[in-house]
Design a protein around this ligand. Structure first.
Ligand SMILES: Nc1nc2c(ncn2[C@@H]2O[C@H](COP(=O)(O)OP(=O)(O)OP(=O)(O)O)[C@@H](O)[C@H]2O)c(=O)[nH]1
Length: 483
């Protein structure tokens, strides 16, 4: 409630506050396809190199055929479907920030292992109503493009996991050879982080009393684990207050550590809420190169479409042909139409056009991909600010969600990335990717303590179901290595 974003949702819930009625687009927005772009650009700022109408790249929209699926399984008429569900895939890349944004096209490996796991099957898993899954979810055919997706009744949609989903997951994983529960996967993903931390703590607290030296050693270990000074002091302070001068085991230390980390993460572990009175609710995805923007968009689109929402994607990364192609692949997998333009086209123009198309199509959500950029590249950051301004011409409150992806493997640099993207693009939510296999998962704690921005999701792999709503307790326990 403390967030402007959430306030916005509630004010719209009361009724239209905007000059733009929800259903009846303002006249300017309904103007023939592209002509208003010119006006927008002229308005935006005289200094910017804005595309002249004649030069504007024609935007083409591809409507993806629904993925053929067997007979739609009779879906139990659930009264109020929670718009949520499972997930998708991707590809690997840089750890250290490498200035990129190459104008030259490079071949990007497709992040989807279709050979091993056909998307239809994966998505069917995602779509299967958990409560009705007596057998492994995989075997249950489900409609990919729901005939009549149950739309959320209210204009506020929360993207989270349902209790039923969790139960179903546990049920499934209890069977032989089944997939791990989310928590098990999280633990596995954070194993390197927690193992390293556990070993270091074990080295300090082998038959030792808690004194100044051990506290100092522990503080050093916590800082080295990227948890940040603030959290390190919080943990040692808690230990000192309750156990100073006493024997303490490394297990006890890790338990207290989990408790304190959870306190830091609790306030930022919020579900992503969508204000559907906007139609489309615009999600702009930003971040440094290779942090997982496109992949996260694909995973998120899968969740939203599975929840019955109509989603449109916009390939705003106009620098790389492979990025555009990658988004089209995700569009096909999720059944979401993709708006794209030619390589090198003006990204703000593309975003503007995409909004119009989403409006005309009556899409619930428009997710816009952007080119990766380093936070110290001023001209590229300016371009990002321009995208935000141009979107505001359509809907003064757009983009409603500015999601920044952060690569956990980059460690401390992520702190700075958030600072700059927040200032330039108004980031109001985070997704941390690549928590699988990194020893630097602690950085999420430091970021949460410093920036206090909502963390909506975390990514622990490249598969469709490797994106999950962020849960403070699960994460705290997994990184501290306690049961
Ligand atoms: N292991 C792992 N890999 C991920 C995760 N999320 C994304 N990736 C991989 O990271 C690589 C980059 O992902 P992209 O989605 O292309 O990142 P991007 O930010 O769109 O990249 P640019 O367009 O170059 O800025 C791909 O190989 C993804 O498969 C994750 O949670 N875990």
């Amino acid at each position: 409630m403390a967030l402007g974003f959430i306030k916005k949702i509630f004010s719209f819930g009361k009724k239209e506050v905007d000059e733009v009625p929800a259903e009846a687009p303002a006249p300017a927005l309904e103007a023939p396809v592209h002509p208003t772009i010119e006006q927008v650009y002229e308005d935006t700022t005289a200094q910017e190199a804005l595309p002249v109408p004649g030069e504007a790249e024609p935007v083409e929209t591809k409507f993806v055929e629904p993925v053929p699926v067997a007979e739609p399984a009779p879906v139990a008429a659930e009264p109020e479907p929670e718009p949520v569900l499972a997930p998708i895939v991707p590809e690997t890349i840089l750890a250290e920030p490498e200035p990129v944004v190459p104008p030259v096209e490079e071949e990007l490996p497709i992040p989807f292992n279709a050979a091993e796991e056909p998307f239809e099957q994966t998505l069917a898993e995602a779509l299967t109503p958990p409560v009705h899954v007596p057998e492994p979810v995989i075997d249950v055919p489900a409609p990919v493009e729901p005939v009549a997706p149950a739309k959320p009744a209210s204009s506020k949609v929360t993207v989270t996991r349902t209790v039923e989903e969790k139960k179903a997951e546990e049920q499934v994983s209890a069977e032989p050879e089944k997939r791990l529960t989310w928590f098990e996967r999280l633990r596995k993903g954070l194993a390197r982080s927690s193992q390293q931390l556990g070993d270091s703590i074990g080295g300090i607290f082998t038959r030792r009393k808690l004194d100044e030296d051990t506290l100092q050693d522990l503080e050093d270990v916590l800082i080295q684990a990227d948890l940040g000074m603030e959290t390190a002091i919080r943990i040692t302070g808690s230990l000192s207050a309750t156990r100073y001068g006493k024997d303490i085991s490394s297990e006890e230390v890790r338990t207290i550590m989990a408790t304190e980390i959870e306190k830091v993460l609790g306030p930022v572990a919020k579900p992503l809420e969508l204000d559907l009175s906007h139609k489309p609710h615009v999600i702009l995805v930003v971040g440094v190169n290779g942090t997982g923007k496109t992949t996260t968009i694909g995973k998120l689109a899968a969740k939203l479409t599975a929840g019955g929402l109509s989603v449109m994607l916009a390939a705003g990364d106009t620098f790389r042909a492979a990025a555009i192609e990658q988004l089209h692949i995700w569009g096909k997998r999720t059944g979401a139409p993709v708006v794209s333009s030619k390589l090198g086209a003006d990204a703000a123009g593309l975003a503007y056009d995409a909004w119009k198309q989403a409006k005309e199509a009556g899409s619930d959500v428009l997710i816009i991909d952007t080119a990766g950029r380093l936070q110290n590249r001023t001209e590229l950051m300016d371009e990002l600010a321009k995208i935000v301004r141009v979107l505001g011409k359509n809907d003064p409150e757009a983009p409603h969600t500015v999601l920044q992806t952060l690569d956990a493997t980059t460690g401390q640099n992520a702190l700075n990335q958030v600072e700059i993207f927040k200032n330039i693009a108004g980031v109001n939510g985070l997704v941390m990717t690549k928590l699988d296999g990194t020893a630097r998962g602690g950085i999420l704690v430091a970021i949460s303590a410093k920036h206090k921005l909502p963390v909506y999701f975390i990514g622990v792999g490249e598969q469709v179901d490797d994106l999950e709503p962020f849960a403070a307790k699960d994460f705290a326990k997994a990184i501290a290595g306690v049961a």
